[in-house]
Design a protein around this ligand. Structure first.
Ligand code: PLP
Length: 448
């Protein structure tokens, strides 16, 4: 890599997240220069289908002019203002109102943040604040799940159940616990039916609650479909069972829809897909198609009221970000959600689900594949590791071959994950998965 090339300067000056930094110093990265629709183009002019919508997020694809126009107009009118204390502005109010109107359950208030991690971190602080408000000073523990992902700030990373986000960071915090992962493919025992598996992991949850003491547990955190854990779809009856247990022990439910929200599962929210009734809903990513950093906590009245009381007692709700409800971000978010509604992109995800999952299921018959799974327009192909492959190497090899074929995917463990922009068409799904077939054949040949 030439040191004054763009790749060389990237290595010289930029530290990347989620990478082996020593390896990256040698190999460098893929420079993406432009985007349009479901495609992005690199600095050598090679075009890719962005099969992951960036980081599970660019619902409208990469060239939505209306979002650029709204951002420019808002930049010119009021580029920045805040929602700190008693100051406020139109774009944040408009978006908060829209979010309350489309929320999957009756909700009362929206609080804006800028990333999924921030939103989860704040939700955790608010859970603690609320327990104090209610005089439940010992009710502070939080239960996340193995392979759950909620971000990388200290509380969010602690609730996350992935070792790579804990190791050497001195996490998780000691109030955080992790219960079983609801992935039957990965954690089902030999001969165990899916129903028995579900009953077993629900029992694990109840046992953990009883062991720690129900009066000490404040909240349970979960993504309706786990994303960064490798697109793990819950088994039938799982969410019903979880909610019954939480209700029995008076434990709050925080649903993290950072990936699922705004159409990914074929409904506006995955809480509708799985009949989940959260106290707090966390959204980000597709809220603005990630054209601007934006996230939000959407909370019900029973969650909000004690917090308001506590702020009254103390004299202030002592929390706030400079960019909370940023006018350009919320204006873009509002326009983005209007476009999702106008073009019925939630319906598009629902209509294309059969095609999307059908093509994945066909690919699962390939000798290198193990199985497939998904819902709406999020799915994964589980790759079968060959004899001498190290964990994760097989899916990494297929993902690399697929990139050569012009499709960006993400390999997580043995899973090859797909989460394309919601604007994708049936033909483009075929293009994407035809390329996956070619990549599998190519890798199979190199193994022979
Ligand atoms: N929650 C979920 C479910 C996520 O998938 C992510 C990011 O991928 C986050 C939270 C963290 O969001 P951010 O990367 O914006 O901090």
């Amino acid at each position: 890599i030439v040191s004054n090339s763009i790749e060389g300067r990237d290595i010289a000056y930029q530290m990347h997240p989620n990478v082996n930094l020593r390896k990256y110093e040698k190999t460098g990265g893929l420079v993406i220069e432009s985007g349009d629709g479901i495609y992005v183009t690199d600095n050598n002019g090679k075009r890719y289908i962005e099969g992951m919508a960036g980081l599970w997020s660019v619902a409208l694809g990469f060239g939505e002019k209306r979002l650029a126009e709204v951002a420019k107009a808002q930049m010119e009118k009021l580029p920045y203002y805040h929602t700190f204390s008693y100051k406020t502005h139109g774009p944040s109010i408009d978006l908060a109102e829209l979010l309350i109107s489309i929320a999957p359950v009756p909700m009362s208030k929206v609080h804006f943040t800028s990333s999924g991690s921030e939103a989860n971190d704040l939700a955790c602080k608010m859970v603690w604040y609320r327990s104090n408000a209610l005089g439940n000073k010992d009710k502070k523990k939080i239960i996340g799940r193995i392979k759950g992902y909620h971000g990388v700030t200290i509380a969010a990373a602690s609730i996350t159940g992935l070792p790579r986000n804990h190791e050497s960071f001195d996490l998780p915090l000691d109030r955080m616990f992790h219960t079983s992962c609801p992935s039957y493919v990965h954690f089902g025992k030999d001969g165990e039916s899916e129903a028995d598996f579900t009953a077993r992991i629900l029992n694990d949850l109840e046992e953990l609650i009883l062991k720690e003491g129900p009066e000490t547990i404040a909240a349970f955190w979960g993504e309706p479909v786990m994303g960064a854990g490798g697109v793990l779809v819950p088994p039938a009856g799982y969410w019903e069972g979880v909610q019954a247990i939480l209700k029995k022990y008076d434990i709050l439910l925080v649903a993290d829809e950072v990936i699922c929200g705004f159409g990914r599962t074929g409904k506006m929210f995955a809480c509708e897909t799985y009949n989940i009734k959260p106290d707090v809903l966390i959204v980000s990513k597709q809220i603005s198609s990630s054209y601007m950093p934006l996230s939000a906590l959407i909370m019900n009245d029973a969650f909000y009221q004690p917090i308001a009381d506590e702020s009254d007692r103390i004299g202030v709700f002592g929390h706030g970000f400079t960019a909370s409800g940023h006018p350009v971000a919320t204006a873009v978010g509002l326009e983005n959600l209007k476009i999702i509604q106008e073009r019925d992109l939630v319906g598009n995800a629902a209509r294309l689900e059969e095609k999307f999952l059908g093509r994945l299921a066909e690919l699962a018959k390939h000798p290198l594949a193990h199985s497939s799974r998904g819902v709406g327009l999020i799915g994964a192909l589980e790759i079968k590791p060959w004899g001498d492959a190290k964990p994760g190497d097989a899916a990494a090899a297929v993902s690399a071959a697929l990139e050569e074929e012009g499709v960006i995917s993400r390999n997580i463990g043995e899973a090859l994950c797909f989460c394309p922009p919601l604007i994708i068409t049936a033909e483009q799904i075929d293009d994407m998965f035809d390329a996956v077939g070619r990549a599998l054949d190519k890798v199979e040949k190199t193994r022979a």
